[in-house]
Design a protein around this ligand. Structure first.
Ligand code: 5AD
Ligand code: SF4
Length: 442
């Protein structure tokens, strides 16, 4: 009983990476993938629950499926991702359309769950942690959906930090690192299939601590070093780093490994020590600034992006102004701004959510304004300078133009030829009139 599968994904890069794995896993089990749910008889929703809004989106989408499910008797609806571990069995009560619930660590069990459901017609749930076994299926058969030039690879999953606002430790579980051999195998396989830029993934990627087959420990900086030795890999990115785990050996890796890009996403959340303490971030702003300084010492051209939460319980105007000061001081580039959203079961859920939505929105806009100016600030610095670009493809609008990305994530268009595809090419930036994409000359 093979199925026609439609999958929709919400949330972070890891969820998208997991979705790719789900699709490929189902493909090798002879299911067919379709692009429109109307053509499907199995709908998988890979969900996120980081904020209330993410949750709403899933339940709204489910309601849109109600009439389709009525028409299609044998339709199976499956919930994967963080909403499944957040809600557990309760989710069946929240929406009666759901047939199967499969947690983020159980996706390699999905095929079995589907067959079991077809056989017994009983609602099923598997949200067990299988020590991220899901990633360790032999990647030679575990083909990627669309191999691109740049790809994510999960190296660690979960979180032990328990920031007071965050649901992730409850949904993704404890930090578990994959074996270095398995990671290197996967990257070698990808690099033999044209991938030249790798983005290592983890909720706390720099907390990576793997164990070699011989029992030796492999730190994050060890792993970076080993990956950098793979010839075809030209660029290494990683996300998301936690300031708390940013040890000296990782800073040293920046000194010694040119392949690691000059761009770092380092979530700060707030510029106020009072708020950082309430958030249980385990660092203060002095520590964060000093870390940035130490990284800039070995990499003077490093650009930082970050995450902010606005309207955390108790965030006064004074606290908020400290965040604005920090943005002006450190010149954060493209960054994510979130309005605080209380999540059930977290520590801050029990604090009074005292900043109203209008005020949260104002704080959001003020930060966005500064960040947009910073983006232009960095673009201006790029004008008339040469940057290496990983050439990804031809422009859809004008096929004379190729495009690619700089280390600092700028999309740059330039006139070139098809031999440049997949290569790193040096381009001089000559037009920054648009904030979101630039033009250059060879
Ligand atoms: N409310 C708003 N933003 C949140 N984040 C995590 N939990 C919450 C929450 N409850 C943000 C943080 C984190 C990013 C992934 O999502 O900024 O870094
Ligand atoms: Fe959303 Fe966090 Fe889960 Fe990713 S790990 S899907 S961001 S809740």
């Amino acid at each position: 009983m093979h199925r026609k599968v439609y999958l929709k994904t919400w949330g972070c890069q890891m969820n998208h990476y997991d979705s790719d794995k789900i699709l490929n896993y189902l493909k090798i089990n002879n299911h067919k993938i379709v692009d429109n749910y109307i053509d499907s008889d199995l709908i998988i929703l890979n969900t996120c629950s980081i904020r209330k809004k993410s949750e709403y989106k899933v339940f709204n989408f489910l309601e849109r499926l109600r009439s389709f499910k009525k028409e299609k008797d044998n339709l199976i609806i499956c919930i994967c991702g963080c909403l499944s571990t957040q809600e557990k069995e309760k989710i069946f009560l929240r929406n009666d359309l759901i047939d199967i619930v499969c947690g983020p660590q159980s996706i390699h069990k999905l095929n079995k769950l589907i067959y079991k459901f077809i056989k017994y017609k009983k609602k099923l749930i598997d949200i067990k942690s299988y020590k991220i076994d899901k990633n360790n299926i032999n990647n030679k058969i575990f083909n990627y959906n669309n191999i691109k030039l740049n790809t994510y690879v999960t190296i660690i999953e979960g979180c032990n930090k328990f920031c007071s606002y965050c649901i992730v430790p409850f949904t993704r579980g404890k930090e578990i690192s994959r074996s270095p051999e398995k990671i290197l195998d996967e990257i070698c396989y990808l690099s033999n299939n044209n991938v030249c830029e790798i983005n290592l993934l983890g909720q706390n990627v720099n907390a990576y601590s793997g164990i070699f087959n011989n029992g030796d420990l492999c730190s994050f900086s060890n792993l970076l070093n080993l990956i950098s030795k793979i010839n075809n890999i030209k660029r290494i990115r990683f996300t998301t780093s936690n300031p708390y785990n940013f040890s000296d050996d990782i800073i040293n890796a920046y000194k010694n490994i040119n392949k690691i890009v000059n761009y770092l996403h380092l979530p700060v959340q707030s510029g106020s020590n009072k708020i950082l303490k309430l958030m249980r971030r385990k660092y203060d702003i002095e520590f964060y600034k000093d870390l940035v300084k130490r990284i800039l010492y070995v990499r003077p051209n490093m650009i930082f992006s970050t995450d902010f939460i606005v309207g955390f319980p108790g965030e006064s105007e004074k606290d908020f102004l400290l965040t604005l000061d920090l943005i002006n001081e450190l010149k954060f580039d493209h960054s994510y701004i979130f309005m605080y959203s209380p999540r059930p079961g977290t520590e801050s859920f029990y604090m009074k959510d005292n900043i109203d939505l209008i005020e949260k929105k104002r704080r959001f806009r003020e930060i966005k304004y500064l960040i947009d100016n910073n983006i232009i600030y960095w673009n201006k610095k790029m004008l008339n300078n040469k940057y290496d670009i990983l050439v990804e493809g031809f422009s859809k609008k004008n096929s004379k133009f190729l495009f690619g990305k700089t280390e600092n994530n700028r999309k740059v268009y330039f006139i070139g030829n098809k031999n440049m595809l997949g290569k790193i090419i040096s381009v001089k930036i000559n037009d920054i009139s648009n904030k979101n994409y630039l033009y250059g000359n060879l």
